[in-house]
Design a binder for this molecule. Sequence first.
Ligand code: ZN
Length: 302
Amino acid sequence: MVLLAAFTALTLSLAPPAPDGTSKAADLRAAGPALGAPARMSKPPNRSRLVVRIPDAAPAIALPTIEGPADARRPLVVIDAGHGGHDPGAYNETLDIREKDLTLAIAQAIRDELLKTGRIRVALTRSDDRFLILQERYSIASKLGAGLFISIHADAAEDSDARGATVYTLSDVASDREAARLAARENRTDVINGVDLSGASTAVSSILIDLMRRETMEASTRFADILHREGVRHFRFRSPYHRQASLVVLKAADTPSVLLETGYVSNDDEAGWMATRDGRLQLAKGVAAAVSVYFARQSVQR
Ligand code: ZN
């Protein structure tokens, strides 16, 4: 009888898994003692099993080329040109300037400045006018093992006088209503493609991932401060320069990430300035200086 009980349990454990495998394992554990099997025999076939749900696999994407020094120990920054393809982002009708074109040109200028240092490796999430969903953008940084992820955008506001740069870091709670509106606007990009993937990582629940995420958020804020301090020598910031919002593109748990709104597309002066070579160069110099300082500090701390 005892052997039969054990056998029954074993048979059950070999049966094809039910759709809900977790509750089946629980049933087996409950069945053991009820059948009167000795402790040794009644040991559930699946001992303490820890089920950690991980995010759905990111869509298969071609990883971009890493430029700069061949030494893989050199720090790597991924620059993300916001929008692209069928998603133009903000638009200045008077000057016919589209955010997706500005962000690409600025991202390329930042890359060029960083490559001049000869110490930092750089990859761009896109180098042409193509559409990427937000999850693809931060997945590229994670997969390449980047030390920093910077998403480049240009703002828009109803007030055509609004101007200046803002740096955003991730937070579940928006720092103000404007930050919440920005998140709603930038996150909408994922829905444009017909599939909303913004909730894909919400299933993750693990203390380790939480710890890593907290450390990543702290590093992101450190970089935001450095970006302001170095950037303000080259371009104008708004006040406050740092805001927080629930931006999907910043959700890589393992890569310090910021979203830089370089200025306002909706402001004719600023849109015109960002579209010039000098405007891009000033933005690039500020960002590149900040990246250099950030990585230099990190290597000192190690
Ligand atoms: Zn944008």
